[in-house]
Design a protein around this ligand. Structure first.
Ligand SMILES: [Zn+2]
Length: 372
């Protein structure tokens, strides 16, 4: 989930908005202005209602952000980097740099979000009680109290990737000592919850609640995807277990000059010689970076003619190195933490090849083809 609009940083974490968020913002504001506010507080004039609806809607998203900040700040406190927080159609998502290394840390990070929401729910509840006779204050407070309580409770449903699923995973992990097994259990829970949502959504559609039903089914579908991909990720981890970098890396890294265009590389190297990974050299023949097919395909094809290898490559100083006998899984995690598509492989301090995500994928494909 990449943000389309950046709002700035909090504690060094970039906060962004995905385009799909505007749709929800509009729908929430609309339902507040045309439903909840005039129905519950008919004495408020229309002009004020619109202002209140926008403000309440903004505070709603502020509440979602607060929830994600809850996770993020506890992650930072556990020395886990947070790459970004993005608000999108289903709420918010904090991109935590890596999975926590202990069940305790996982538990604290997971539960911090719902606790933050319940705290805000209490705060707005208090505000509601204080301002009961002031409709301008009572109307948004009551709404925001409900929303935050729902956010807190809904997220504690024990199905991965919901917070409750992470809490469940941390508990099973603590009890069993087995991270992979606990993820499988939590994501199985997640898929059950997801199918429950879908079934309930379809049922609601048949009961005449078209929009609510579709919305529930849509959330279920989203959860199902997330739970399945978590299960798949664990599956990959399990299959990579025991393999080393040497088994998956590409050793036949060709050299390409830094000024060669992507178009030339694709024509003369990839298509005619089947080369996929390259060391990029400067005019004196020294390696200045690494380039893989994946880097090339991330650039729109129309720009290949004008884009040189050295503008797309991962420069040497940014290249993370791994050892040939390092566990493949550890290398992949290193790659993910650094947000890279490839790392360079060294053997006795000598650069001997490149390991890319592509290499790992084809290694897995090879193994499943050989049924090993
Ligand atoms: Zn959460």
């Amino acid at each position: 989930m990449n943000a389309n609009f950046n709002l700035g940083k909090i504690k060094g974490i970039p906060i962004g908005i995905h385009a799909s968020w505007f749709l929800v913002f509009f729908l929430v504001t609309w339902s507040l202005a045309s439903g909840y506010l005039p129905q519950e507080y008919p004495q408020i004039p229309t002009g004020v209602i619109i202002i209140l609806a926008v403000a309440t809607s903004l505070l709603f998203f502020g509440s979602v952000l607060f929830h994600e900040l809850g996770h993020s700040l506890i992650a930072l406190r556990n020395q886990i980097p947070v790459k970004s927080i993005t608000l999108f159609i289903f709420g918010g998502v904090a991109q935590i740099g890596r999975d926590p290394k202990t069940p305790g840390a996982e538990f604290r990070i997971a539960i911090a979000g719902p606790l933050a929401s319940l705290f805000l729910g209490g705060l707005f509840g208090g505000l509601y009680l204080l301002g009961q006779h002031i409709p301008y204050l009572a109307a948004p407070s009551l709404y925001l109290m409900r929303i935050n309580l729902i956010l807190g409770v809904f997220n504690m449903i024990p199905g991965f990737p919901l917070d409750g699923g992470r809490v469940l995973r941390s508990i099973v992990w603590k009890l069993s000592g087995n991270y992979l097994r606990s993820t499988q259990i939590a994501s199985a829970g997640g898929q059950m919850v997801a199918f429950g949502f879908i079934a309930f959504g379809i049922l609601s559609v048949f009961n005449g609640q078209l929009l609510n039903g579709l919305w529930l089914a849509f959330i279920g579908w989203f959860l199902q995807n997330a739970a399945a991909s978590a299960a798949q990720q664990v599956n990959v981890q399990e299959r990579l277990r025991g393999s080393t970098v040497a088994q998956a890396m590409s050793r036949d890294c060709a050299q390409v000059p830094g000024l060669m265009t992507l178009n030339q590389i694709v024509q003369e190297r990839v298509l005619s010689r089947g080369q996929h990974s390259f060391f990029v050299t400067d005019f004196s023949g020294t390696n200045i970076g690494a380039l893989t097919l994946q880097d090339i395909t991330q650039i729109p094809q129309l720009q290949w003619r004008f884009t040189t290898a050295q503008t797309v490559m991962t420069p040497l100083h940014k290249l993370v190195t791994v050892d040939t006998d390092m566990e493949l899984l550890a290398a992949l995690q290193k790659m993910e933490e650094a947000n890279l598509t490839q790392v360079s492989v060294v053997d006795d301090d000598r650069l001997v090849g490149i390991l890319s995500r592509e290499n790992i994928a084809s290694y897995l494909k090879l193994r499943s083809a050989l049924k090993m």
